[in-house]
Design a protein around this ligand. Structure first.
Ligand SMILES: Cc1cc2nc3c(=O)[nH]c(=O)nc-3n(C[C@H](O)[C@H](O)[C@H](O)COP(=O)(O)OP(=O)(O)OC[C@H]3O[C@@H](n4cnc5c(N)ncnc54)[C@H](O)[C@@H]3O)c2cc1C
Ligand SMILES: NC(=O)c1ccc[n+]([C@@H]2O[C@H](COP(=O)([O-])OP(=O)(O)OC[C@H]3O[C@@H](n4cnc5c(N)ncnc54)[C@H](OP(=O)(O)O)[C@@H]3O)[C@@H](O)[C@H]2O)c1
Ligand SMILES: Cc1cc2nc3c(=O)[nH]c(=O)nc-3n(C[C@H](O)[C@H](O)[C@H](O)COP(=O)(O)O)c2cc1C
Length: 1412
């Protein structure tokens, strides 16, 4: 193949005083020497968008640089005058071509854009096979919701050598005078429009052009000029490393220095009767095409057509609009072979489309993927589409299918990826699954099944020989009559030759004839239970049903090839649902079942007289019968009016979102009532975009038979096949289901959600291909290509996402906002609004009668996630006011983006039956998913459910072991070990000292902890940030665990946890013990002291393992009972709150191996502390305010439990190592403007971050900053016991770092309890209202969540009373404060009155459950 020569363009830019022309150049080693090496940001070139890096400068105004020395060429460039237009002739970099297009911007001004694309030649010149056309038939003419379905039989493509299309609008281009000869048009691969139009435009030297008598000054580049910029010299660069490859001398020149835009007034005659051309009105010189709606008079512009590559076959002198198989919609592998360059061109274009489609851009990934694809094509001649690309490609091919009327649903296509199959048996399995999924008991769903793509040898193609998966046979009789469908006579005869036994009926479903790897095809009977048919009857004519007409429910086209980015899929059956007229034509067309006359006679119509319109009357009644029958049987169908309305909606959407919508008017207009539908009146452009659906020749026309007979492979006996069908059907569930992907997203703070996500994966892997992904690792742009998404997440803060869910939450909000064009959601903190809105929405929906699955809703536009099935499970605690709020927010957002909820959100309350709720939900969602995807038939639900009890992942002696016999017995130091274990960068601080802030009388301990941060520690923070700390379990409790281990291992020798691994390799199965990556090498003592949580109550899964290790029967059965995780477990857990040694004490017969605990215990989590110092005041130090946790279990009567971290800090000595990290709390910072007033509210340790605030303020005041007012509202029991930082606060007040201080004392003798929320209302109401409502002030709340909620309520009350608002307005006001980051919360959890709060909520929940 000759290489495509590079093109050149002529552009004009005004040279500026600053930045000159706005680009840098370097020298090449071949003439012409000057190449653009960089574009200056904001300069003339960049703003014009007309110059690109890699362009070779051929001419500057009239000076030819092609043979000039580099220096002279530079002088010529420099010589151009400032403030004047400089015309540059630029040679586009090799492998690309550029065109300049003029269109309108959003303000209606015309703009010129340069479009540079990889060169991809059309292959029109090669397509000149013999034309064998047959009369078109009607079956499946539009497959309403599927891609367009033509009915031709044997047809090769018409000669497409002369391809000047007069239907394509164009841009104003004309050959520029060039120093180099232009190549002849025929041999170029330019858009025919460009080549043709180049001769028809009228150029005016002064930069304006005349068109249709109207002259418009153009070129955006001129209007972009800023002539008053100061002068500097133009810059040049040294040659860079990049050297252009040799440039060919021949290339076409396109000049668009001047453009014309015509504004044409279209006359409005009756379209059908006028002598006006019926083609759409066109602006000869514009880069858009104006299309008129003759019914409404509305005009729209199509610009998308410019992306079309394939030529349509229409010429200046003929339109092939009614041809069944036009060249641009057909591909014949015998003639159609892409060159490497073409492959790269199409692939690059597709990958760009894919990345462009993403809601969130990722240029690095795109760049990487592009080079990967190009590299792969160069190395192997092809590339592999990722699954997401395949899904995007399939949907886009549908979106691009000009003949399909049901494209509004394009985004709602289920893709089954079977690119891995290698035999017809597996193809058959896949098709059965396809039919089952699509049929869905009549509620038809669109789907597509992909078989392997074409290799470099089309004779190895996979093909489905059937034109449609379901077809009725047509039997030719000796007398020439046909029984059955005349359309399928040829294919029926082929089936018979293959061994299929004809049944002789009118409606016999033909077998599936499948070809794998180019082998002779096998045939398979379609299992009866997969064929849904509808017997036709009429709502008024009882006799109608006796005529015995019927049709099948699923129209599934199987002979169309999908071309996705150059990867061709000759076998990719797809389906939509029927439009009524299709079935009516299948039965009534004279070349088909031809029953119209029979019906008309039954209706007593005058069939002899055409002008009686009997055909029309009968046809309408027939259509009524079809619609009535399908609707009565609840099988999806669409009437042609609704279909047209939906198309018009789609058309409008597409014009808005893509700038155009290709459409084949001839096909889109329904066969009856044409002018009664809106499409009839709409001008539409037809063009072909990639990805595309292509006709292809019937395989039997060129298949080379390999069987003993030269023609026909020996047929498989029917019985054998029937049996194999049975076997395969039973296997189908498993084999097919594995192909439906399921993504399980989780976000967690303390690890439970991850555990649940893993169990979910275990159960789903019984029927799906499931993977678990953490939200922080998930790219939200993949969402639209997901099929099945499960979300498991907890909620933290005060209704916030866990830290690893924050980004996804924000991204999801952004995407949903852009989808819905919504302004009301600004940031995550408004998530409660999302949830609130959702609840309102649900209420509203439940009042409306329209259901999502109604076929009436088919006409609705498919939303962003309309292809997604999802379900959400939330973990939380009802002790928090915003129970499972984050899970609810995710559930709402996915629903709002039109994802389909498989089942209602599940909620797991940690105070009451969290595990049990999860297991019930998981079973339900698994069942619902199996039903939805028609999978899991062969799956035992018991076996699947067992995985929820952790059996897939649990411990056994043979699975894990602990050994001290290790190659490398050097344990990593604890800092490194912790960093690896928690996958986090952890720093080392040293304990300086702790001071008890409580008085001696108090009996409680609140520590001021002062840590030293060595310079190497990486500890840098701002007031408001958190310190995360990895604590240490107390030696006493560790010793109690060690004492119970049955292993004979020294607790202070380094050990390794190992796992038994079995791998199947080419050499057989290899088994060995491999280190378990979870735990670093360390001593047993260290493992229990530093890495594992031995303080929390064991989970039911762990108790189950304990039960297995119990030797006493009574203990075993009690443990088994608890391990069920039901109410017995809940009661036991809440009453005893037992830690691991306490459980082991309760069950002394349990023989515990170290490997069990090492492999099953949860990691010892970090604890967070709000930093209590300002780094400006205490450089090199970080201070904390820590309340030491001590409590008695069993409602105060049980043993004393000590908080792990607070006790660890309480016992730490000077110089002890403390492992920690900083967690920035960006939402809890002092206002950027220090003059804004701030109100701080925090009882007890809630004062912690405020100390950092007042220290910072004091520091700033000392350094001359003017700071605004700061009020501190603190709460404690008694002024003499726990008024934390009393003296320091007084000091800060002296400096006016704190300007107001109020205290709420809760335990003053003979005084009523006072909490901060009371004092706020009683003493600070005026101040709060004034600061927050009038002075743009900020309020900060810190500490316990119940307190925070009460303070929120008080704030609402204050706003309502002082601002004279009603409660709702006041509530919205406070929500707005949150959203605008004026209300900040730092929530520790349930810390105040933990037992009472939890007990209250739990008791309420338990009694509620018992009632149910
Ligand atoms: C963002 C954030 C900031 C924080 N800032 C601070 C801070 O500045 N200062 C501070 O002191 N704390 C702060 N905390 C709390 C802190 O992280 C720890 O939770 C706290 O120190 C207790 O940890 P621990 O390891 O000592 O106790 P743990 O071993 O974790 O024990 C605590 C657990 O014991 C149980 N429990 C506690 N009291 C009772 C009771 N009366 N009855 C029954 N069960 C009970 C509860 O299950 C509780 O979860 C903050 C928390 C968060 C999330
Ligand atoms: N994760 C945890 O479980 C965890 C973490 C940290 C601390 N804690 C526990 O919390 C306690 C210490 O906390 P602390 O020093 O910060 O506070 P605190 O001294 O217990 O309480 C501070 C003040 O807040 C009051 N208060 C109680 N309930 C309130 C409510 N709903 N709204 C407003 N104010 C309320 C208290 O009053 P009254 O007490 O008089 O009612 C007291 O006056 C310790 O018992 C510690 O064990 C637990
Ligand atoms: C500081 C803190 C804040 C919390 N905030 C909420 C909340 O606002 N809403 C809620 O339902 N649960 C809240 N919880 C409870 C957790 O969601 C619950 O413990 C959950 O089981 C943790 O799951 P995870 O391990 O997957 O993170 C909070 C817990 C803590 C410690």
């Amino acid at each position: 193949m000759p290489r495509t020569p590079p093109s050149a363009i002529s552009v004009a830019i005004v040279k500026r005083k600053v930045g000159g022309l706005g680009f840098l150049v370097r020298e090449r080693d071949t003439h012409p020497l000057v190449v653009v090496s960089d574009i200056i940001k904001g300069g003339a070139a960049q703003e014009s968008g007309l110059v690109e890096v890699g362009d070779v400068v051929l001419k500057v105004n009239s000076t030819d640089l092609t043979t000039m020395s580099y220096q002279k060429a530079l002088s010529a460039l420099r010589g151009a005058k400032y403030g004047q237009r400089v015309t540059l002739l630029l040679q586009v970099r090799e492998g690309f071509r550029s065109s300049l297009v003029t269109g309108f911007d959003s303000k209606g001004l015309h703009t010129t854009r340069r479009i540079t694309e990889p060169v991809s030649t059309t292959d029109s010149s090669k397509r000149n096979g013999n034309v064998r056309t047959k009369a078109p038939t009607s079956s499946g003419e539009g497959l309403t919701n599927g891609f367009a379905l033509p009915k031709p039989q044997a047809y090769d493509k018409p000669d497409a050598a002369s391809v000047e299309c007069s239907c394509i609008p164009s841009i104003s281009v004309k050959p520029a005078s060039s120093p180099l000869p232009a190549i002849p048009r025929e041999s170029t691969n330019m858009d025919c429009s460009i080549a043709r139009e180049s001769s028809s435009s009228t150029e005016h030297a002064n930069g304006s052009a005349m068109a249709n008598g109207r002259s418009i000054k153009t070129t955006e580049m001129v209007s972009n000029v800023k002539p008053d910029a100061p002068a500097t010299d133009e810059r040049t660069t040294e040659p860079s490393d990049v050297v252009d490859s040799a440039v060919r001398v021949q290339f076409p020149i396109i000049k668009v220095a001047e453009h014309t835009v015509s504004v044409k007034k279209s006359p409005t005659p009756d379209r059908r009767n006028s002598s006006m051309p019926k083609s759409p009105s066109r602006d000869e010189n514009a880069s858009f095409h104006t299309l008129k709606n003759w019914e409404t008079g509305e005009r729209i512009n199509d610009t998308l057509y410019q992306k079309a590559k394939a030529v349509t076959g229409c010429t200046r002198h003929k339109c092939i609009g009614s041809v069944m198989n036009p060249d641009h919609m057909s591909t014949d592998p015998r003639k159609h072979v892409r060159t490497e360059e073409q492959k790269i061109g199409v692939a690059v274009d597709f990958i760009k489309q894919y990345y462009n489609s993403m809601k969130r851009k990722n240029p690095e990934m795109e760049e990487k993927r592009l080079s990967e694809v190009v590299e792969s094509i160069k190395m192997t001649g092809t590339y592999h589409l990722t699954e997401y690309e395949l899904i995007f490609g399939a949907k886009t091919a549908w979106r691009n299918a000009p003949r399909c009327i049901g494209r509004i649903q394009w985004n709602k296509l289920q893709v089954f990826d079977h690119r891995h199959v290698d035999n017809t048996g597996l193809m058959f399995d896949a098709i059965c699954n396809h039919l089952k999924y699509a049929t869905n008991k009549g509620n038809i769903r669109s789907c597509i099944t992909f078989f392997p793509p074409r290799s470099d040898d089309y004779m190895k193609d996979f093909r489905v020989w059937n034109p449609q998966l379901l077809l009725y046979a047509g039997y030719r009789q000796e007398n020439g009559n046909i029984i059955g469908d005349p359309n399928n006579v040829e294919f029926t005869e082929l089936c018979v030759k293959l061994g299929w036994k004809p049944k002789g009926g009118r409606f016999d479903v033909l077998p599936l004839v499948l070809q794998a790897k180019g082998e002779d095809p096998d045939w398979y009977e379609v299992p009866k239970d997969l064929i849904l048919e509808v017997g036709l009857r009429h709502p008024r004519f009882d006799w109608f049903q006796n005529l015995g007409y019927k049709w099948f429910a699923v129209p599934a086209v199987s002979n169309i090839m999908l071309d996705i980015g150059g990867i061709e899929f000759p076998a990719a059956p797809f389906n939509g649902w029927f439009m009524g007229t299709e079935i009516a034509r299948d039965l009534c067309d004279s070349s088909r079942y031809n029953v119209l006359q029979e019906v008309a006679r039954k209706m007593s119509l005058d069939t002899k007289n055409a002008s009686s319109l009997w055909k029309d009357v009968a046809m309408v009644e027939f259509n009524i019968a079809v619609l009535h029958s399908y609707q009565s049987d609840r099988v999806t169908i669409m009437d042609h009016h609704s279909a047209c309305d939906s198309f018009m909606k789609h058309f409008a959407n597409e014009i808005k979102t893509r700038g155009g919508c290709p459409g084949d008017w001839v096909w889109l207009t329904p066969p009856i009532s044409g002018s009664l539908t809106p499409i009839f009146h709409q001008e539409i452009l037809n063009y072909s975009l990639n990805p595309s659906c292509q006709y292809q020749p019937n395989p039997w026309n060129y298949h080379v038979w390999k069987g003993s007979s030269a023609k026909i492979k020996k047929p498989k006996p029917f019985k054998r096949i029937a049996k194999s069908v049975l076997i395969m059907s039973s296997m189908m569930g498993k084999a097919m289901a594995n192909r439906v992907k399921c993504t399980i997203l989780y976000a967690t703070e303390t690890g439970k959600s991850l555990e649940y996500a893993k169990s979910l994966k275990d159960i789903f892997n019984h029927a799906f291909s499931a993977k678990v992904v953490c939200m922080e690792d998930y790219d939200v742009s993949n969402l639209e290509h997901e099929t099945l998404l499960l979300v498991v997440t907890s909620t933290f803060g005060n209704g916030d996402p866990p830290e690893n869910g924050v980004n996804l939450a924000q991204n999801l909000l952004e995407v949903s906002k852009s989808e819905a064009n919504r302004e009301d959601v600004k940031q995550y903190s408004s998530i409660h609004n999302v949830t609130r809105r959702s609840r309102r929405l649900k209420r509203e929906q439940s009042c409306s009668s329209v259901s999502r699955d109604d076929s009436a809703n088919i006409a609705e536009a498919a939303g962003f996630l309309s292809n997604l099935r999802f379900a959400v499970f939330g973990l939380g605690s009802r002790a928090y006011p915003h129970f499972c709020a984050f899970a609810h927010a995710i559930d709402t957002l996915l629903g709002e983006m039109q994802g389909e909820r498989l089942i209602e959100i599940g909620e797991g309350d940690e105070l009451c039956g969290q595990e049990e709720s999860f297991r019930t939900w998981a079973k339900d969602v698994f069942k619902a998913a199996c039903q939805t995807f028609c999978v899991g038939e062969g799956v035992s639900s018991d076996a699947a459910s067992k995985s929820l009890m952790g059996q897939d992942r649990s411990w056994s002696t043979n699975k894990f072991r602990v050994t001290s016999d290790i190659d490398d017995d050097v344990s990593p130091d604890i800092l490194e070990g912790l960093s690896k274990f928690h996958k986090k960068k952890i720093s080392l601080c040293l304990m300086n000292k702790t001071i008890n802030l409580q008085s001696k009388e108090s009996g409680r301990t609140t520590l001021l902890v002062q840590l030293d941060c060595p310079e190497s520690s990486d500890i840098q923070y701002l007031p408001g940030d958190h310190l995360g700390m990895y604590p240490r379990n107390q030696p006493e409790i560790v010793n109690r665990v060690l004492a119970r281990l049955s292993d004979d291992i020294d607790e202070d020798t380094p050990i390794q946890l190992q796992m038994f691994e079995q791998r199947t390799t080419a050499l057989g199965t290899i088994s060995n013990w491999v280190p378990d990556k979870r735990l670093p090498t360390c001593t047993l003592r260290c493992a229990f002291e530093r890495y594992l949580d031995i303080n929390s109550c064991p989970t039911p899964l762990l108790l189950k393992l304990f039960a297995d290790c119990a030797t006493n029967d009574k203990e075993k059965s009690r443990l088994q009972e608890l391990a069920e995780g039901k109410s017995k477990y809940e009661e036991w857990k809440f009453h005893y709150m037992p830690n691991i040694p306490e459980v082991l004490d309760e069950f002394p017969s349990v023989k515990i191996e170290a490997s069990l605990l090492l492999s099953q215990l949860h990691p010892l989590q970090c604890r967070y502390y709000s930093i209590s110092s300002s780094a400006s005041v205490h450089p090199g130090q970080v201070h904390l305010t820590v309340s030491v946790v001590n409590y008695n279990t069993q409602g105060g009567k049980g043993p004393m439990h000590h908080g792990v971290c607070s006790t660890y800090l309480n016992k730490a000595s000077h110089g002890d190592e403390v492992h920690c990290f900083i967690r920035p709390a960006t939402e809890f910072r002092l206002p950027d403007d220090p003059t804004k007033p701030v109100l701080l509210i925090g009882p007890g340790t809630g004062i912690a971050p405020f100390r950092s605030f007042w220290q910072q303020r004091k520091h700033e005041i000392e350094n001359g900053t003017t700071c605004g007012e700061m009020a501190l509202l603190f709460g404690c029991r008694h002024p003499e016991q726990d008024h934390l930082y009393k003296e320091e606060i007084q000091q800060a007040m002296k400096y006016a770092a704190i300007t107001h201080h109020e205290t709420a004392f809760s335990r003053l003798p003979d005084q009523p309890k006072q909490y901060v929320q009371h004092v706020l209302k009683e003493r600070l109401a005026d101040l709060a209202y004034n600061w927050l409502a009038e002075k743009d002030g900020h309020v900060y709340i810190c500490g316990d969540v119940t307190m925070a909620d009460c303070v929120n309520t008080s704030l609402i009350d204050v706003m309502a009373s002082k601002g004279k608002m009603n409660n709702r307005t006041a509530t919205d006001f406070i929500a707005k404060l949150k959203e605008t980051k004026h209300l900040h919360e730092d929530i520790f959890g349930v810390t105040l009155r933990t037992f009472e709060v939890n007990n209250r909520v739990r008791t309420r929940q338990m009694s509620r459950r018992q009632k149910h």
